[in-house]
Write a protein that binds this ligand. Structure first.
Ligand code: ADP
Ligand code: MG
Length: 319
């Protein structure tokens, strides 16, 4: 029934930040090289993510907002044990259409015309239009029909700050793409394809970028700051697992600190961006709805690799 549907959707999308993350994941899964995000009213008025990725073929576009409609898993159960895409549950577009109104304009490069889908609740309307190759998803009026949910939302300025941080994390982990974030029509973040150091420049400024060292050992790639660029807080430690930005498990944060050994001033933490690559079967993203919590089969081994990679980067650049 209606209420059960809204409750389920609310577990996938409880705030604008969740929508932004899901739409970014979809753009990355579609192999986009350019991703643009627009936010209005703290994301409650409008969230729009435009990408130049693969698009959705005309024959399956009407299904995209349906619950559990995913093009990313093979129908056998074992494929959920070896997830290689960021999305796999087929719930994000569906939940966005329950919590607000969803508009999707999409065109695969090989197709002449584009399709437009408008979805709200269980109503889905498809029409033809024209558009550049790729997909633009717009979610308007999030929680407008859910007053209780609306009342518990953070103030727009808080949500904007968190969305900006989130997009920054994606830029840091996917520096080879074009990125842009605008908030209420004003540019907040732009990034042109670069390496990890360039992404640090886009997100934290050139001064920080000048003080990072490349890390590249085994399955650990990225940058770590020189010992002099450390802070009391750990808010500049960023990890991704197979391309998914995740909340760093304390074990991995500690592994980075251990990699510095005595070089790190006591009580401080470095800036780091570390992309970890693990075998899909050694990593389970399916432990939490937001897929932000990593479950690594062998956290100890990964932590040892992180510590060694950081130590090697520092050793390669003696003070
Ligand atoms: P999931 O990502 O778990 O598959 P979603 O609800 O996020 O589920 O998306 C449903 C389907 O819509 C995806 O499986 C994909 O086929 C298609 N889709 C969504 N967003 C995009 C996009 N930006 N580009 C191409 N296809 C997309
Ligand atoms: Mg998705």
């Amino acid at each position: 029934p209606h209420v059960a549907r809204l409750i389920a959707a609310g577990e996938v999308v409880s705030r604008p930040l969740d929508v932004v993350r899901e739409l970014l994941d979809n753009a990355l899964d579609a192999s986009a090289t350019r991703i643009e995000v627009d936010i209005e009213g703290g994301g409650l008025t409008l969230i729009r993510v435009r990408d130049n990725g693969a698009g959705i073929p005309a024959e399956s576009v009407a299904l995209a907002p349906a619950r559990h409609a995913t093009s990313k898993l093979a129908p056998d159960a074992s494929s959920v044990e070896r997830v290689t895409t960021l999305g796999f549950r087929g719930e994000a577009l569906w939940a966005a259409a329950q919590a607000g109104t969803l508009q999707l304009v999409t065109r695969p490069a090989s197709q002449v015309g584009a399709a437009e889908v408008r979805a709200q609740g269980e109503t889905v309307e498809v029409s033809r239009t024209s558009a550049p190759a790729g997909t633009t998803v717009t979610v308007r009026g999030l929680f407008a029909s859910l007053p209780a949910r609306l009342r518990t939302q953070a103030p727009p300025a808080t949500e904007v700050r968190e969305i900006t941080t989130l997009v920054g994390r994606y830029v840091l982990h996917w520096p080879e793409l074009h990125w842009r974030l605008t908030v209420d029509g004003e540019s907040r973040l732009t990034h042109a394809p670069a390496d990890h150091r360039g992404a640090v420049a886009s997100v934290y400024g050139p001064l920080s970028a000048n003080r990072v060292l490349a890390v590249d050992a085994g399955g650990v790639r990225g940058v770590v700051s020189r010992p002099e660029l450390t802070r009391a807080r750990r808010d500049r430690m960023h990890f991704s697992v197979n391309g998914r930005p995740v909340l760093a498990p304390p074990e991995l944060e500690k592994a980075v600190l251990d990699g510095f050994a005595e070089l790190l001033p006591a009580g401080t933490a470095p800036l780091c961006v570390l992309n970890l690559t693990v075998a899909p079967e050694d990593h389970n993203p399916n432990v939490h709805p937001a897929k932000q919590v990593v479950a690594l089969a062998d956290l100890g081994t990964v932590a040892a690799q992180v510590r060694a990679a950081v130590a090697a980067a520092l050793a390669a650049h003696p003070l």
